[in-house]
Ligand binder design. Structure first.
Ligand SMILES: Cc1cc2nc3c(=O)[nH]c(=O)nc-3n(C[C@H](O)[C@H](O)[C@H](O)COP(=O)(O)OP(=O)(O)OC[C@H]3O[C@@H](n4cnc5c(N)ncnc54)[C@H](O)[C@@H]3O)c2cc1C
Length: 476
């Protein structure tokens, strides 16, 4: 008889693992807490003819097997987009990734001189101790650039001062934004010297996007799982998982229980999962597990009748006077995200904690705030036919504090006591993973289960050079 697998979560990791294992003939049951949607953080929400993402989801990967996988599933339903994203700072818009000519044009002589001097200063007198995000950025770019283009947005995202955020986040996400390279490209441009074609490409940057948003891919994968004999159950919040006599079973918040199975794959947030584990992990580790922290996220979507809009896919809001951190312009991701081009929809993204006062404001209060802020920023907007929708997304960002690597090492030791338990995905591994990394971890877990032993290590994904995106920076 084929082996049985329980999967927690129908996001990219859970569904990809389920799909690959169903194809190989395993009996797979997926349990998803959401009552309606698959896709997790990569779902697409539909509302009165409009569709929108949680954030915006670029499909970009350096892992060929991941790209082959999503193109095999969606085929010609992908469109190719050219990225345009800018930073709104001090009432002006700056291209992001930064371009020197644009920075020079937008800032006063005094500000430009201050950027250059603080950059030279840090290169001549480098920081000895680089521990935090703040240290890392200042040591790369100088204090003035840090204050203008990194501090405010990053603190909105993480809700804590940059000196408390681990440098790992910066090193992982902003790994190749090189000021010397930007300066050299600028000098070459002035002198009319042929520029390096690859350098130009990395600044333009293209990505794929499903015509109707990322949820389109995950709906298709769910259908494939079911077609190949698997099951996907909605509204099933896993609250406990038990290992007994070599078999695994799950408990749900509605009091029901799953059949027992040979393996369980979890993409649920580690901080919640570990509390429900039987037999429990060591008390020392359970104490450490209390420190898994998350940043929650909500989007206020404004939908209105107006054809004209701004040209970007999204804009980073570095202005500390408004609370919004980023604004998505869904029509510029795909024209199929709006009912007709006479309409526009913006997603105003706010980072918060689900137990703070901001999160628990009413939808009406949040919508009023978003309207006030979009009008204050001055982007094209109209109250004609205005509709609003608030989407709350808990556990959106796993927080990297100074102990996160030590905690991950301890966890891997603890897991040796739980044969058949496999962790995958973003919150499943507490890694700042994009879809491609989450899918890759699922592929590895599926391969390990099929091989009957650990032949590859999912913890190495998004850590090895192989998986890092070295040609471009990806700001979260
Ligand atoms: C704002 C934002 C922008 C992003 N932009 C991009 C981008 O441009 N490109 C990109 O590739 N990636 C992007 N990402 C990352 C991408 O969303 C994630 O990497 C991906 O969705 C992670 O997949 P996953 O399956 O690991 O986890 P998730 O997407 O979190 O899915 C986990 C699923 O498990 C379910 N679940 C959790 N706990 C339980 C439980 N106890 N019981 C049952 N079910 C449970 C959840 O409901 C969810 O459906 C972005 C993320 C955010 C927040």
């Amino acid at each position: 008889m084929s082996k049985s697998i329980l999967v927690i979560g129908a996001g990219p990791a859970g569904l990809s693992a389920a799909h690959l294992l169903c194809q190989k003939g395993y009996q797979v049951s997926v349990y998803e807490a959401d009552p309606i949607d698959v896709g997790g953080l990569s779902k697409t929400v539909e509302f009165e003819g409009f569709s929108f993402d949680i954030g915006g989801h670029r499909f970009y990967t350096k892992a060929k097997e991941v790209s082959d996988y999503w193109h095999e599933v969606l085929g010609d339903k992908f469109i190719r987009r050219t990225r345009l994203s800018r930073i709104y700072y001090n009432g002006k818009f700056f291209k992001y990734p930064l371009e020197l000519s644009d920075v020079l044009k937008n800032l006063s002589l005094f500000q430009n001189a201050s950027f250059l001097l603080s950059y030279i200063k840090v290169k001549v007198f480098p920081r000895k101790r680089v521990k935090s995000f703040e240290d890392w950025i200042i040591s790369q770019f100088g204090t003035s650039l840090y204050l203008a283009f990194f501090k405010s947005y990053t603190e909105k995202v993480w809700g804590m001062p940059c000196h408390e955020i681990s440098k790992d986040w910066a090193a992982q996400r902003i790994n190749n934004l090189n000021v010397t390279k930007i300066l050299w490209q600028f000098i070459q441009k002035i002198l009319g010297i042929q520029r390096d074609k690859n350098a130009i490409k990395s600044l333009i940057e293209e990505f794929d996007y499903p015509r109707k948003g990322p949820g389109m891919l995950w709906d298709e994968v769910k259908d494939l799982v079911i077609k190949n004999g698997g099951t996907v159950e909605f509204g099933k919040m896993v609250t406990g998982l038990e290992l007994k006599e070599g078999k695994w079973s799950l408990k749900f918040s509605d009091g029901s229980q799953s059949q027992s199975a040979d393996h369980v794959i979890s993409s649920a947030p580690l901080g919640t999962l570990l509390k429900g584990l039987t037999p429990p992990p060591s008390s020392t580790f359970l104490k450490m597990a209390e420190n898994y922290k998350y940043r929650d996220f909500l989007t206020v979507v404004l939908m209105f009748k107006k054809r004209e809009t701004f040209p970007d896919n999204w804009i980073y809001i570095h202005d500390p006077k408004v609370q919004v951190a980023r604004i998505q312009n869904y029509k510029n991701w795909s024209e199929e995200m709006v009912p007709s081009l006479d309409y526009t929809s913006y997603g105003l993204e706010y980072f918060c904690q689900k137990d703070d006062a901001f999160w628990s404001q009413s939808d009406e209060e949040l919508s009023n705030l978003a309207i006030k802020e979009i009008e204050a920023i001055g982007l094209p907007f109209s109250r004609d036919g205005l509709k609003t929708k608030v989407v709350r997304m808990p556990y959106a960002y796993p927080v990297y504090d100074h102990d996160h690597q030590k905690r991950a090492q301890e966890l891997q030791k603890e897991l040796k006591n739980y044969p058949g338990l496999h962790l995958a995905g973003r919150n499943g591994l507490h890694r700042y993973n994009n879809q491609d990394h989450s899918i890759k971890t699922a592929m590895i877990v599926a391969e390990n289960i099929d091989a009957g032993k650990e032949i590859k290590d999912p913890w190495k994904v998004n850590q090895d050079a192989l998986y890092l995106e070295t040609e471009e920076e990806r700001k979260g």
